[in-house]
Design a protein around this ligand. Structure first.
Ligand code: DGP
Length: 147
């Protein structure tokens, strides 16, 4: 770990329910929610419910849980946003541009050349709420499908 984990970082507080988010999905090990500074419409973050800053801090069981959630979210993004391409991004460390020091993977339904600059624009909250509702509905419906 590059520096001590801060239990009061913004994503730890979101996981504890102290700060609101536009929730897309939650299970025992992970939470997915809308990014408030999206690099494209439909930008979702997936976080583990584990005190890790970056990839090298993550135990394998939580990594696997994060990626299992990412698979579900990507399927829902493709249905709701009608975009097949999804950029998966994870910034490990301040030198890479990480600004929130709780591990998270960005899932951005866009071509890489379309991305807005990182943290350059705030989303419309009403649009985030609408998208989160649509993504939750798609996830619920996919979950209800028989294998
Ligand atoms: P990174 O630089 O990889 O640590 O990205 C942090 C992302 O988190 C960035 O895209 C903006 C987003 N973000 C920052 N603060 C908040 C917040 O309070 N709520 C939500 N939903 N997203 C946030």
């Amino acid at each position: 770990m590059t520096k001590p984990y801060d239990q009061n970082n913004i994503f730890a507080r979101i996981i504890r329910g102290e700060i609101p988010c536009h929730k897309v999905y939650e299970d025992e090990h992970t939470l997915a929610f809308m990014d408030v500074m999206p690099q494209a419409r439909g930008h979702v973050l997936v976080v583990p419910k584990y005190a890790a800053i970056e990839l090298t801090d993550m135990p394998a069981d939580y990594l696997s849980a994060v990626f299992a959630t990412a698979q579900k979210v990507i399927a829902a993004q493709r249905q709701v946003l009608h975009r097949q391409g999804v950029v998966q991004m994870q910034l490990s460390g301040a030198d890479a541009g990480q600004s929130v020091f709780h591990y998270h993977i960005h899932l951005i339904p866009a071509h890489v050349h379309e991305l807005a600059a990182h943290e350059s624009q705030s989303a419309d909250q009403a649009d985030l709420a609408k998208l989160a509702g649509q993504l939750r509905a798609a996830l619920d419906s996919n979950n209800a499908q028989p294998d």
